[in-house]
Design a protein around this ligand. Structure first.
Ligand SMILES: C[S@@+](CC[C@H](N)C(=O)[O-])C[C@H]1O[C@@H](n2cnc3c(N)ncnc32)[C@H](O)[C@@H]1O
Length: 271
């Protein structure tokens, strides 16, 4: 029987090699030592030393392996795309990090590893591929250690609903609130290679910040440290300018309307 995520798995299987070879992911730079975790995420996840970390929707492992390089004791990356997991394992081998990095091929909504982690992390374009945010919240709660911290940095749902028209004005293109009917992403270019239109576009679901918070709270977690940011992690709108931290600003930095483009939050078990 068809699963609501089948189209998305085909999408990610298609674009993984494209991403691996893209300037956006800069694998050569990463192999040479570049850390793909930005300063905000680095500080939020600290301390990592001696911490056991679970990375949900890890793509082909650059962030997961960066977290290991930043001092985590052991990292586990989970992704449902077989080519992404295979590439992550290859990179771990090349860097001689395989003894401390597990990569697991699984749909995140089915995940039940039977153990708990000090840190759980997910970021930048993960939850909008998921059909059930409540199930996702339960996966986070089930894997978080009693004194552990979950941290996410995600595309802001306000920014995801917007686009820029032919005259450079922001307008609302997609619905803001969640609807059971998924959004068809046909015609949306790849974020890492914007000249490439995926043959398998996949489908997405809008989740508001209230949906995300409710999913974590309903799973028994306490949400804290909610933040919003006026920059994106990729060229989410036309003609964005990246700065040295790879934060993508809508038009020039310090000019034009402020648009919320990223948010972050933490969650933990109630004390
Ligand atoms: C935009 S990437 C995550 C961003 C990541 N931080 C990066 O840039 O490397 C989204 C990832 O989610 C994965 N994914 C999407 N739906 C999933 C699901 N249901 N279960 C597990 N992984 C999923 C995709 O395979 C893809 O690797």
């Amino acid at each position: 029987m068809a699963h609501p995520h089948d189209a998305n798995r085909r999408h990610w299987d298609e674009v993984t090699a494209l991403h691996r070879d893209s300037a956006f992911y800069d694998v050569e730079g990463f192999l040479a030592g570049r850390c793909t975790i930005g300063p905000i995420e680095r500080e939020a996840l600290a301390p990592l030393l001696r911490r056991n970390l679970l990375h949900l929707q890890c793509h082909f492992g650059l962030d997961t392996l960066s977290l290991l390089r930043l001092g985590a004791a052991r990292v586990t990356g989970v992704d449902f795309s077989a080519p992404a997991i295979a590439e992550a394992r290859r990179l771990a081998d090349r860097l001689k990090l395989s003894s401390w990095a597990d990569f697991i091929e699984a749909d995140v909504l089915d995940l039940d590893l039977g153990r708990r982690f000090d840190r759980i992390f997910t970021s930048h374009g993960a939850i909008n591929w998921l059909s059930d945010i409540g199930a996702w919240g339960r996966v986070v709660a089930r894997h978080l250690a009693p004194d552990g911290v979950f941290y996410m940095m995600e595309a802001h749902p306000v920014g995801l609903a917007l686009d820029v028209d032919g005259e450079g004005r922001l307008y609302q293109r997609f619905p803001y609130f969640h609807a059971a009917e998924p959004l068809n992403l046909d015609g949306v270019p790849d974020y890492a290679e914007p000249d490439y239109l995926p043959k398998e576009p996949g489908i997405g679901w809008a989740w508001t910040i209230a949906d995300v918070m409710a999913a974590l709270e309903d799973a028994g977690l306490q949400v804290f440290a909610f933040r919003e940011y006026p920059f994106a992690a990729w060229e989410a709108l036309p003609a964005m300018t990246p700065d040295a931290e790879r934060h993508y600003w809508h038009r020039a930095k310090d000019a034009g309307p402020d648009t919320p483009l990223l948010f972050s939050l933490k969650a933990r078990h109630p004390i």
